[in-house]
Design a protein around this ligand. Structure first.
Ligand SMILES: NC(=O)c1ccc[n+]([C@@H]2O[C@H](COP(=O)([O-])OP(=O)(O)OC[C@H]3O[C@@H](n4cnc5c(N)ncnc54)[C@H](OP(=O)(O)O)[C@@H]3O)[C@@H](O)[C@H]2O)c1
Length: 306
């Protein structure tokens, strides 16, 4: 099968396309024909071994010391079940699924094996494979942080999303709207079209206005790009308000229920996939370069098979 191989930790050019052996599922695994996979900031961080504090060391322990132990990167995917291990009852060949491969990675290839009990769900009926793959990364992260902030137990909360046009930020706006929030989105001029289309109630341009001095009080300030500090929100948070950031030491936990929830929200028309660009697998280097730019709007997807 064809796969994108990460030959070392480093810039996008460490990735090459190669023919490798198709994996074989263990008894509790499924073999997935990967249709699409996202290329997200998580994939780029692993490839470049880029993370704050002691995380690069943690990543070396988790993924391999000198280069990724599994040279095929790729966390979030959609695809079709090709084969199931003998203990698997939850899925059967032909099922269309989407989800995360987790720390084993491997989704940037024509086939990957995943645990049947892993972070997977049936693909939303109304989603294309490209859309399903795009939903997972930002969607799961946004659900994790917004729920941690208590959004699901608040009445019409006032929420500020700082960095509302990335993968996490765009999903956060839509998920906050699902919970009945009044959403203020902070973005640049380049993101206004997307921020409006996501349902933002107010838009603040970070190029023109300092969000720290807004004349408003929020229940939740969520920094979805990790560019602010808690003290930046001190004048705009209600006394019991919560500040959260993707830029700290907190790593979003991945749960099967999050993927199922995202699928439901998509089929109900409450969230979209927000795809910026789609690349063929052969253009993996260009896809990583674009993700590295930190300018993408929403999600970047690899179309691997059709
Ligand atoms: N802690 C965790 O568990 C966790 C989980 C997922 C992601 N993350 C981290 O979260 C961050 C965001 O991830 P992502 O995938 O959503 O990123 P992304 O899609 O690459 O974000 C790009 C977007 O951010 C906007 N942006 C860039 N600089 C900005 C600034 N100074 N102020 C406001 N907006 C800005 C850009 O818009 P403009 O170009 O228009 O400014 C662009 O639309 C990454 O650092 C990632 O590693 C952490």
């Amino acid at each position: 099968m064809k796969a994108a191989i990460c030959t070392a930790y480093g810039p996008p050019e460490v990735l090459i396309i190669k023919e490798v052996t198709k994996p074989v599922p263990k008894d509790d695994e499924i073999l997935v024909k990967i249709m699409s996979a996202s290329v997200n900031s998580g994939d780029a961080r692993i490839r470049g071994l880029r993370a704050p504090g002691i995380f690069p060391l943690v990543m070396r322990i988790l993924f391999g010391f000198t280069k990724p132990r599994n040279p095929i990167l790729g966390l979030m995917f959609s695809g079709v079940v090709e084969e199931v291990g003998k203990d698997v009852t939850a899925f059967k060949p032909g099922d269309e699924i989407f989800g995360s491969t987790g720390t084993r990675m491997g989704a940037h290839a024509e086939f990957a094996t995943v645990k049947a009990e892993g972070v997977l769900a049936k693909k939303p009926e109304k989603a294309s494979f490209e859309e399903a793959a795009a939903l997972v990364f930002g969607g799961m992260t946004a659900i994790y942080f917004l729920k941690k902030a208590g959004i699901d137990s608040m009445q019409q909360p006032k929420v500020l999303i700082y960095g509302a046009t990335g993968s996490v930020g765009a999903a956060a706006v839509e998920i906050a709207k699902h919970y009945g929030a009044h959403v203020t989105s902070v973005c640049s001029e380049r993101g206004v079209g997307l921020a409006k289309s996501l349902g933002s109630d107010e838009i603040v341009l970070y190029t023109q206005q300092d969000f720290r001095k807004l004349d408003a009080q929020f229940d939740i300030v969520f920094d979805a790009v990790g560019k602010t500090k808690k003290k930046d929100a001190s004048d705009i948070l209600k006394s019991k308000g919560n500040y959260l950031t993707v830029g700290g030491m907190d790593v979003a936990k991945e749960r099967k229920e999050q993927v199922e929830f995202l699928g439901d929200l998509f089929d109900r028309g409450e969230i979209r996939a927000n795809i910026d660009k789609i690349y063929p697998l052969e253009e993996i280097v260009e896809a990583h370069r674009y993700v590295d730019s930190e300018r993408k709007k929403g999600n970047v997807v690899l179309k691997i098979q059709s």
